[in-house]
Design a protein around this ligand. Structure first.
Ligand code: KIV
Ligand code: NA
Length: 277
């Protein structure tokens, strides 16, 4: 397969072919995404929680995100690689936003960056696009400003809030974003907005009308404790399998069932004799 390009994503939208996006944060998750044949890999700042164990996305640093993106890049050949601009890495000025986006491109080989809607986000997106780096917008539930939104809850559930989401989406589109993520908004609101979206829209908890879907790697594979948001569909229960595997290993070591002869190295009897001296 050839590397996925931005025109290919636009073409998929035109043809009505669903676009598949998944998050990844390291080499093995990237290899999984590559082998599964997804179109877009997002190094999401959800990695703050899924792989770094922070309580929310606001704690993750730019350096940490760049490291996750670098590891992910090493596992990818085909999907488009998008990296999240973390909280605090783009708000201060257009110069800061461009410098941050350039780090993801130069140090991690990212193809594009993603930015969450908030006051200055569309202006920052425009500046990054003008600097030659493709930008994906993110509207609806935007975890970096979840406190201001009233917590991790669906957005656009009143006419006034749905208009806020519409304004954010159109501002990103107007700013030159090549794609937009719709997160946690009512399906009828998303479907109404789709009529005005000229760029591919990737949904998560936004119903079936969007041009594609994205899920968090650890949510869809069940590499986590507890259940995720309403929109998560769990396709595997790997956390349970991993615990069972490590527990079986621990039991084998304690029961002296591991290692067996197959797991050990031999030595020529003569050499052993000489060694014993
Ligand atoms: O960080 C993330 O995983 C995301 C997706 C849920 C879109 O932003
Ligand atoms: Na994110």
């Amino acid at each position: 397969r050839l590397p996925v390009s931005l025109p290919q994503l636009a073409e998929k939208k035109r043809l009505g072919e669903p676009i598949v996006m998944v998050t990844a944060y390291d080499y093995p998750s990237a290899v999984v995404a590559e082998q599964a044949g997804v179109d877009v890999v997002l190094v999401g700042d959800s990695g703050a929680m899924t792989v770094l164990g922070y309580p929310s996305t606001v704690e993750v640093s730019l350096d940490e995100m760049v490291m996750l993106a670098r590891a992910t890049r090493r596992g990818l050949k085909t999907p488009l690689l998008v990296a999240d601009l973390p909280f605090g890495s783009f708000e201060a000025s257009n110069e800061q936003a461009i410098a941050t986006a350039q780090r993801f491109v130069k140090e991690a080989g990212a193809d594009a960056v993603k930015i969450e809607a908030m006051g200055v986000a569309a202006e920052r997106a425009r500046a990054i696009v003008a600097a030659g780096i493709p930008v994906m917008g993110h509207v609806g539930l935007t975890p970096q400003t979840a406190t201001a939104l009233g917590g991790y809850r669906a957005q656009g559930r009143t006419a006034a809030r749905a208009l806020d989401v519409a304004r954010d989406a159109l501002a990103f589109q107007e700013a030159g974003c090549f794609s937009i993520v719709f997160e946690a908004i009512p399906a009828p609101v998303a479907s109404e907005l789709m009529e005005r979206m000229e760029v591919p829209v990737i949904g998560i908890g936004a119903g079936a009308s969007t041009d594609g879907q994205v899920l968090v790697f650890h949510d869809l594979l069940g590499i986590r404790e507890g259940v995720g948001a309403r929109f998560v569909k769990r396709y595997a229960g790997l956390m349970d399998e991993m615990v069972a595997g490590v527990r079986a290993y621990a039991d084998d070591v304690r029961g002296r069932r591991y290692p067996e002869s197959d797991h050990t190295y031999s030595i020529d009897p003569g050499e052993l004799e000489r060694f014993r001296g």
